[in-house]
Design a protein around this ligand. Structure first.
Ligand SMILES: Cc1cc2nc3c(=O)[nH]c(=O)nc-3n(C[C@H](O)[C@H](O)[C@H](O)COP(=O)(O)OP(=O)(O)OC[C@H]3O[C@@H](n4cnc5c(N)ncnc54)[C@H](O)[C@@H]3O)c2cc1C
Ligand SMILES: NC(=O)c1ccc[n+]([C@@H]2O[C@H](COP(=O)([O-])OP(=O)(O)OC[C@H]3O[C@@H](n4cnc5c(N)ncnc54)[C@H](O)[C@@H]3O)[C@@H](O)[C@H]2O)c1
Length: 451
């Protein structure tokens, strides 16, 4: 079975290694970086920068931890090499894994020329490959408004900011989705003044309002300016900085601007017309629950599939695609349930959630039991000097089955795994209550919330 994959991000790499392990002859075509451009040029560098900011924030809390004051300053060159060494190591380990599984990696640009033929443009020329099954996993790139030209100096896309040439004195972030709020947090922790343009009345419009409110309160307390109900529609630049014009006539001036207004799927120039693959108006390729497109032998996974755009989801889709392409889906195969994917927002405090949200349950008219415990009384939170936030667990009042949960607070991204496992395995709140947790640990708040 010959399996050709265009795009070597989390979706493509996982599909490739999994299919090769199961005996397929796999060819992976990647034009930029094995490991994925959205993953290694956005997701990972943003988390690396946030982690550096967290250490900086920790030094500011030194006195509260019983230490003499500590001062730390950003070293842009060393920060840059830190980020590239992390992404370099991840890319190298993915390459090594693929090679060890016998995957043929082609560094080039792939496009479909028919439902079964793929053209590859590489440095050594153009060639065509015939395939039994094809995976389109070409990811996405940052969206830039048509009224702005990114210069990588003062006008930045996310990919210009790991780190930018200088730490902005006053950064204007346009867009208050997950990316926007992570950038607000990143640059406030580096000492920049930050203004956030929020097109709706709440940051993180898709999240639980209580969670969003906790983050907004923290932003405001640290001096972040929120411009709510404002849509950016224009940009002016002069020698000192930039001004963003909003549709409500407000003009926000700063030293730099960063666009965090979502992503565009990399489906143009993929030869979808030639192959007869259906693409929707947003450029995503619709798929069924096996990630099959409108053509039986062509799959789409990752950001291009228009499902939940997370690296974790892309990898799981890749795994499911490999199983289906090799005919193994009928064995102990579980469909990917997007509703049960855990996700986190790496702000401070961190925000993480999984499964059914309280607001969503109310909107559906579904009876739920919600239990909530703050970290304020948790011994580990007090020891670590950060007792902000809470754990909220949503369960079925009749059966006690855990349906979802959200956590705001230190290490929320790690802690949510317990609730994610409970949701996937249909565990009951009592299963959490009766697990003997480590003491003193933040996880004890999970057992308290489940009580
Ligand atoms: C700022 C930011 C932060 C994020 N943080 C997180 C996070 O914390 N956690 C999380 O789970 N997700 C995060 N994400 C989302 C995550 O990065 C993406 O969902 C994930 O990388 C998608 O994987 P993918 O395989 O679809 O695409 P990609 O990772 O983009 O990989 C696709 C690959 O296809 C290649 N390609 C494109 N066209 C062609 C072609 N014609 N021929 C050959 N190769 C081609 C590209 O070069 C790219 O390497 C973040 C995204 C952004 C923008
Ligand atoms: N920690 C993580 O896991 C992480 C981090 C970043 C991104 N992601 C993934 O990427 C997805 C997309 O997130 P995102 O934040 O990049 O995009 P998004 O589309 O969710 O948010 C973009 C926001 O920008 C706003 N916007 C658009 N044009 C605007 C304008 N002209 N002026 C003002 N606001 C404007 C939109 O209304 C929207 O609220 C997430 O849902 C998540 O799956 C995950």
């Amino acid at each position: 079975m010959k399996f050709v994959i265009i795009g070597g991000g989390p979706a493509g790499v996982e599909a490739a290694t999994h299919a090769a392990r199961m005996g397929a002859e796999v060819v992976l075509i990647e034009r930029d970086i094995v490991g994925g451009a959205a993953n290694l040029w956005d997701c990972i560098p943003s988390k690396a920068m946030i982690s550096t900011g967290a250490v900086l924030a920790l030094t500011k809390r030194a006195e509260k931890m019983g230490l003499m004051p500590i001062t730390a300053q950003i070293d842009l060159d060393s920060l840059k090499s830190r980020v590239s060494s992390i992404t370099g190591r991840l890319a190298a380990s993915k390459m090594a894994l693929l090679k060890s599984q016998g995957v043929t990696i082609i560094n080039g640009v792939g496009r479909m020329v028919s439902p079964t033929r793929i053209q590859v443009e590489a440095e050594d020329g153009i060639r065509e490959i015939e395939s039994d099954a094809v995976l389109l996993s070409t990811g996405s790139r940052p969206r830039i408004p048509d009224w702005a030209v990114v210069d990588g100096q003062r006008i930045l896309s996310t990919r210009d900011a790991y780190p930018p040439p200088v730490i902005p004195e006053h950064l204007i972030v346009v867009g208050s989705g997950v990316t926007g709020v992570e950038f607000v947090h990143m640059f406030r922790s580096f000492g920049s003044k930050v203004s956030l343009i929020v097109s709706r009345q709440q940051v993180l419009p898709a999240k639980d309002p209580e969670v969003a409110a906790a983050l907004e309160a923290d932003f405001l307390e640290s001096g972040v300016k929120l411009y709510k109900g404002a849509r950016a529609i224009g940009l002016k630049q002069d020698v000192d900085g930039v001004s963003i014009e909003c549709d409500d006539q407000r003009v926000i001036s700063g030293s730099h601007v960063l666009f965090a207004i979502g992503s565009i799927p990399n489906s143009d120039s993929l030869g979808l017309d030639a192959a007869g693959v259906y693409v929707d108006r947003s450029g995503h390729i619709p798929v069924d629950h096996h990630c099959v497109t409108n053509l039986r032998n062509i799959y789409a996974a990752g950001d291009i599939s228009g499902k939940l755009p997370l690296a974790s989801v892309a990898s799981m889709q890749g795994r499911k695609v490999a199983e289906h392409a090799l005919g193994l889906d009928s064995r102990t195969h579980r469909h990917l349930d997007y509703e049960k994917a855990a996700s986190a927002i790496f702000t401070e405090p961190e925000i993480a959630d999984v499964g059914l949200a309280e607001a969503e349950a109310f909107a559906l008219g579904r009876k739920i039991r919600v239990t909530k415990v703050p970290f304020a009384a948790n011994a580990r939170a007090l020891i670590d000097g950060d007792s902000r936030g809470f754990v909220k667990i949503v369960s079925d009042p009749a059966t006690g089955v855990v349906l979802g949960g959200s956590i705001v607070g230190h290490n929320a991204a790690e802690l949510i795994s317990v609730i994610a496992l409970a949701v996937t395995a249909h565990l009951k709140v009592n299963d959490i209550v009766e697990s003997v947790m480590v003491h003193p640990a933040l996880a004890e708040a999970l057992a308290d919330a489940a009580e």
